[in-house]
Design a protein around this ligand. Structure first.
Ligand code: GAL
Length: 962
């Protein structure tokens, strides 16, 4: 006798089809008058370890879930319940389950969600028309029952699904039961580089659908730049009228109307309020007139080629994961606008629809990307890739249509993206074909298609500078079709940890070649999860079997949305006004780098700075009407008479918002430039004092030294410890580089060579007539290379001058992380300096480093990269004061101060591993290696490598009160 025991069918979980029961996709909108009821809030919750671990009796009315836990919807259950509901998993490329499509593991965390609701007393839906239940996002597969009736199931985590439920509703005690499976066939299509986070993570809403209400509608609103007219035509499934009072438009749906309008662009996001009225409903419209086309091999909007200064944005909140509230979305948009970002790729799925409303309103170009990535199949050479398997094509088309139909009425969306890192295949071609036929008013993007078979632009990620330049020159070859197409870098400038470096060098290439229409930094935000143990957790912190560590922390803003230095750098690199000049000839060249706007929103101010302090300021008359692309040479005033002769002077010119705008306050700085007026006099210290030996101590001016070792002990009575040559820095993520990178991965190479454990051999301590000379050789164990290092001390009685000469020996094949001296101060807090600031800068990340007199504290000098690494250097420092010590550089130096050593920084995995010691360690560097972008991109460009060569640098040290 044989028998089967299958409690219930969960076949749909592993079914490649998109689902059953949902309504066709349509535009997402908020009605003016039809009722809606948010079902967000506290829901009853029960977690089962397998898809069939619990029966479905919970969906029956009357079921008593009184002893269940509760979760907040929208939310992810793994981020709730203090660990009782499992934990997040982070993988980049690899699936965290065996690759056997469409099968998923038996261990399939399944969350039963239950919500009982009453209809509001004025809900008309029971007698009038129907109702629709809308889910805006559920990861990864849901089955839904309302009042005991099975209404269907769906996949496609970041897409909306609606169900007609009018017949099932009652006035009170409606039971909505949703079973959510973490893993499903759909998971194979959602292998984006991010946390796997199951749950009902976007809104659940009940929408009243009165008789003759709007079903779906498509707003076509183009702009003809030759006539200045816009044409509006609103197609609607249900007939009605469209009115736009401001434009005197009142037409039937389906009828085109052409009138003079102001166009919509990301720089000038002009929206017109309209209404679509059918017999049963009024729907507000926000109409932006604009035309997107591929013309002359370029992406053009309203007849002009545009330059993307973009970012890739994942949805992220450090406590709520991908469940974002409106204020968080607005915070993203405002931060982007305030940092000169003009474009967003919604990597790698359609965002919450409210985000697109904000992009329409504040003005951002959007590449809306479909919820599709099958990257894990690359591990098997793309064998069995769902995008090249007809069985999956309906699911792919479902995803494409759910994106396009939902988002088609947003003027900000200019490009549809098929998805990310899914290889190539017939399924993608089918998606592109469908999108092209459904919406002829936008272009199609997909990075994985290097032949551009299905796309309207050539797109790549992380192409290095040289290749980008070749592409710009049209020398990259490729298919005939590709050669006719514009190019974008849909990802570049990997913002993991310290960096990205080299983005100014990219921007120069973008601006030099029409074909290269800009790029999108990877990525907007670090996906750190707030965690008591670590501050912020990253991959591996939840004991995942497979994980990719802190690769999930690669954003321009920290998890709490504080801008990182990378964002400040990007803001400078992409500023929409270029201010250049040579202060000595008295003119400034101002270039309008907008694509559409003139400069009337800006006001220009100058300051004349002497030794970092403004001594006179004024406004600069820059023509407000300066056209995009045009430059004007503007005369600076006569330099003020410099009372303090012999000082360093420079001009600083700033472009500020003349008035408060939708996204920034009056006076917000948009762009700036600095140029020297008179050069810096180098500090001189006459060697007039003589070293004096007494009781094992050598005294030279204000300095005392150990007579045996020549080590500096104090300056002006202030203790100084362990001053010596330092070449080590805690490798950055970009120094370490990713395993697959072709360029040299210096973090590892430096460590192999032993640069983190240099030994200092003392060869001689020589007292001369007016100097003390200490000869050493600095070298790692087990290697023949070394740095002969001579410290020469002199003094004028008040100040000590140290000149360090470094003479390399042996065959050095690697550049150095840094070259300078490190010293310890027993107590220090306040720091003031004249040099680059206010934030950190490295050779290829210091465009935003502004020369001035800055003040901070040792703690605030630190940049809190989630995985600790080299950070916080201030560039081009003339002088600094810290802990009673003043340092004047000859030449300028890189200044760093921290309460731990580089070795301790290097050993830490999380910020919580760093505990302040009783010494402040100060690095005065003559050189720093650039940063590059090798954590997922090209390494440091040759011009920013710190090559080993003979070097000499000096600092004048003195005691001060600070
Ligand atoms: C890209 C990918 C992104 C992200 C990035 C590295 O290949 O599209 O999702 O993984 O690399 O952080």
């Amino acid at each position: 006798m044989s028998f089967r025991t299958t409690a219930m069918s969960t076949d749909y979980v592993e079914d490649v089809s998109p689902g059953r029961g949902a309504l066709p996709p349509r535009a997402w909108y908020a009605s003016s008058d039809a009722g809606s009821l948010s079902l967000n809030g506290s829901w009853r919750f029960r977690l089962s370890p397998t898809a069939d671990g619990a029966d479905d009796s919970f969906a029956e009315p009357g079921y008593d879930a009184g002893d269940w836990a509760e979760v907040t919807v929208p939310g992810h259950w793994v981020l709730q319940g203090d660990g009782a509901f499992g934990a997040p998993i982070y993988t980049n490329v690899r699936y965290p389950f065996p690759v056997d499509p469409p099968r998923v593991p038996t261990q399939n965390p399944t969350g039963d969600h239950l919500h009982v609701f009453d209809l509001p007393s004025d809900w008309p839906g029971l007698s009038d028309g129907g109702a629709v239940l809308r889910f805006d996002g559920v990861e990864s597969c849901a089955r839904v029952w309302l009042n005991g009736t099975d209404i269907g199931e769906f996949k496609g985590s970041r897409l909306a699904h609606e169900f007609a439920v009018g017949d099932l509703l009652k006035a009170g005690g409606n039971v909505l039961a949703v079973r959510v499976h973490q893993w499903s066939a759909g998971s194979y299509l959602e292998d984006q580089d991010q946390w796997w986070l199951p749950g009902i993570f976007r809104d659940v809403t009940l929408l009243h659908r009165p008789a003759a209400s709007v079903l779906d509608f498509f707003v076509h609103s183009s702009y003809d730049h030759t006539t200045g007219e816009g044409t509006l035509r609103v197609e609607s499934d249900v007939e009605g009228r469209v009115t736009v009072p401001e434009l005197d438009i009142d037409v039937r749906t389906g009828d085109p109307v052409t009138v003079a309008v102001e166009p919509w662009t990301a720089e000038t996001p002009r929206l017109y309020d309209g209404v679509l009225v059918t017999a049963g409903e009024r729907v507000p419209l926000r109409i932006g007139f604009r035309t997107v086309e591929l013309a002359d091999g370029l992406i053009k909007v309203n007849g002009k080629a545009i330059l993307f200064k973009g970012v890739n944005r994942h949805e992220w909140h450090p406590e709520r994961g991908r469940a974002l509230d409106l204020e968080t979305m607005r915070a993203d948009v405002l931060l982007m606008k305030r940092h000169n970002v003009n474009a967003v790729r919604t990597s790698h799925y359609p965002p919450h629809p409210a985000f697109l409303d904000l992009c329409d309103e504040y003005g951002l170009w959007v590449i809306d990307e479909c919820d599709l990535e099958t990257h894990g199949f690359t591990e098997q050479n793309w064998r069995d890739n769902p995008v090249d398997d007809d069985r999956w094509t309906p699911a792919l088309l479902d995803r494409a249509s759910r994106m396009v139909e939902r988002d088609k009425n947003h003027p900000s969306v200019v490009i549809w993206s098929l998805g990310n890192e899914a290889g190539t295949g017939r399924g993608l071609t089918a998606m592109a074909k469908w999108i092209h036929s459904r919406d002829t008013s936008r272009l199609v993007h997909y990075e994985g298609d290097w032949d551009c078979r299905d796309t309207d632009m050539y797109s790549r990620m992380y192409a290095d500078h040289a290749e980008t330049e070749r592409i710009g020159q049209g020398l990259d070859g490729g298919t005939h079709k590709r050669r006719q197409l514009p190019f974008i870098l849909c990802e570049y400038g990997h913002a993991m940890g310290n960096g990205p470096g080299g983005i100014a060098d990219y921007q120069r290439i973008f601006e030099a070649h029409d074909r290269v229409q800009g790029g999108f930094i990877w990525e907007w935000i670090d996906h750190g999860i707030k965690d008591e143990r670590f501050g912020y957790a990253y991959g591996g912190d939840f004991g995942e079997e497979l994980h990719d560590g802190n690769f999930v922390c690669d954003g321009l803003v920290f998890p709490d949305r504080t801008p990182s230095p990378g964002l400040v750098e990007y803001k400078k690199v992409i500023e929409p006004v270029r201010i250049e000049g040579d202060g000595r000839d008295g003119t400034v060249r101002v270039t309008n780098a907008y694509d559409f706007a003139d400069l009337s929103a800006l006001t220009f101010v100058w300051s004349y700075d002497v030794d970092g302090t403004a001594v006179e300021t004024g406004t600069l008359a820059v023509p407000a009407t300066l056209a995009p692309g045009a430059s004007a040479d503007v005369k600076l005033p006569q330099p003020p008479v410099d009372a303090r002769g012999g000082a360093e002077s420079l001009w600083t010119v700033r472009a500020l918002l003349a008035e408060e705008s939708a996204w920034g306050p009056e006076g917000h700085q948009v762009a700036w430039g600095q140029f020297p007026a008179s050069a810096r006099p180098t500090p001189t210290v006459a060697a007039s004092a003589a070293p004096v030996l007494a009781d094992g101590v050598i005294t030279l001016g204000p300095g005392t030294f150990d007579a045996r070792t020549g080590a500096l002990r104090s300056i002006g009575g202030r203790e100084v410890r362990d001053l010596r040559l330092d070449v080590w820095r805690a490798p950055t993520d970009n120094d370490d580089g990713a395993a697959w990178q072709p360029d040299e991965r210096y973090g590892m190479l430096w460590r192999n060579l032993g640069l983190h454990r240099m030994q200092h051999r003392l060869d001689a301590v020589e007292s001369g007539e007016d100097s003390l000379t200490v000869r050493t050789r600095v070298a790692p164990a087990a290697a023949e290379v070394g740095l002969n290092t001579v410290y020469r001390w002199t003094s004028d009685g008040d100040r000590l001058k140290l000149t360090v000469s470094v003479d390399p020996e042996g065959h050095w094949t690697l550049p150095l992380p840094r070259l300078g001296v490190r010293l310890g101060l027993p107590a220090a807090d306040r720091v003031t300096w004249f040099g680059g600031g206010p934030g950190e800068g490295y050779p290829d990340t210091k465009s935003a480093s502004m020369l001035g007199r800055w003040e901070s504290t040792v703690n605030d000098l630190q940049t809190p990269y989630l995985r600790p690494q080299e950070n916080g250097a201030r560039a081009d420092v003339r002088w600094a004061e810290i802990g009673g010590l003043r340092v004047d550089g000859d030449p300028e130096f890189w200044f760093t101060a921290r309460r731990w050593t580089s070795e301790q920084l290097d050993a830490a995995d999380h910020l919580t591993d760093l505990t302040p010691g009783d010494t402040v360690w100060v690095n005065l560097d003559h050189g720093q290696q650039g940063i590059g972008s090798q954590s997922c991109g090209p390494g440091t460009l040759p011009q920013y490598l710190l090559r080993v060569q003979p070097a000499e640098f000096s600092v004048a040290l003195s005691a001060v009160d600070n």
